[in-house]
Design a protein around this ligand. Structure first.
Ligand SMILES: C[S@@+](CC[C@H](N)C(=O)[O-])C[C@H]1O[C@@H](n2cnc3c(N)ncnc32)[C@H](O)[C@@H]1O
Length: 277
């Protein structure tokens, strides 16, 4: 790949997703583009760059972002976050619920990838509050990639993808596949029904929600953005939190060095002050 081609791809990816590809990522990008060259029957990166500028460029752009971005995730990833939600946040919100007459408990999994994070949240809420709780909980889940969202919506996982799940959770919340589905596990429909998946680029325009959230999980996506973009995103997410609401970021994504108005509860767990600072 020539420097000018890498520069073109880099700028395009940044403009569309704000994913910041450093100059050290050229080899990685080049390897990932191999897949797109095969899919588009193009012979060189030069042709591919031309294709991106042509009439089907816009459609190809979303495939390009898919090829570049990392969807890696797994059930109950960074489990202390789930423990904190169960042991501290839910009891606190439960007390507020009565005082402030809340009927709904919406939790947002922003950058939900293939669904393991929102399903883990749904399992935790089903276990803690039950499926028939009068406090109606649900998970709003978003990602920039339609392709990964389709996977998430299907809720079907291979054996190696559910290996981090304790057996009792697997038995309670998944259906084992038989015949052609042998080796696959499908999330129980009662959990599927609690999650609304929709496409959302976190850095483009307004978020697709009118309601505010008491809890937002936005984990392992900010790491791909530069600092001004991270600041912009944290400010946007903060506006989408109720006063006293929690923002949970990836464990390697501390907000140290970023200007924000949140209180630090623990590294990677932040809370919007109840009254503005
Ligand atoms: C590594 S996964 C994180 C999944 C999950 N949150 C976790 O921590 O395991 C990062 C996800 O961010 C998504 N993503 C990247 N840029 C985005 C953007 N600008 N807006 C929304 N999602 C984005 C990718 O499609 C990918 O699915």
């Amino acid at each position: 790949m020539r420097d000018a081609e890498y520069d073109f791809i880099r700028k395009l990816v940044y403009t569309h997703s704000r994913i910041n590809l450093g100059s050290d990522k050229m080899e990685l990008v080049s390897a990932r583009l191999g897949k797109r060259l095969r899919a588009t029957n193009l012979l060189s990166i030069t042709d591919y760059c031309r294709h991106l500028q042509g009439p089907s460029g816009e459609e190809e752009l979303s495939h390009l972002i898919d090829a570049i971005s990392t969807n890696h995730t797994f059930f109950f990833r960074e489990s202390p976050h789930f423990d904190f939600l169960r042991d501290h946040i839910l009891p606190e919100l439960g007390a507020r619920r009565h005082a402030e007459n809340w009927t709904d408990l919406p939790i947002w999994s922003a950058a939900s990838s293939s669904g393991e994070e929102p399903y883990s949240l749904a399992i935790l809420l089903a276990q803690t509050l039950g499926l028939n709780s009068a406090w109606h909980w649900r998970i709003d889940a978003t990602d920039i990639s339609n392709k990964i969202l389709a996977k998430a919506r299907a809720g079907v996982y291979r054996e190696d993808q559910i290996k981090t799940l304790p057996r009792d959770l697997l038995r309670t919340y998944f259906q084992k596949g038989y015949g052609p589905q042998e080796g696959n596990y499908r999330v129980q429909s009662a959990l599927l029904a609690r999650i609304d998946f929709r496409q959302c680029n976190l850095l483009e325009g307004a978020f697709p929600y009118r309601h505010l959230f008491p809890v937002i999980f936005c984990r392992n996506v900010m790491i791909y953005f530069d600092r001004p973009t991270q600041e912009e995103l944290v400010a946007k997410l903060t506006r989408q939190l109720v006063p006293g609401g929690y923002l949970i970021v990836g464990q390697s994504e501390s907000l140290t060095g970023i200007r924000h108005s949140l209180e630090t509860m623990k590294p990677s767990i932040y809370r919007k002050p109840v009254s503005p600072r």
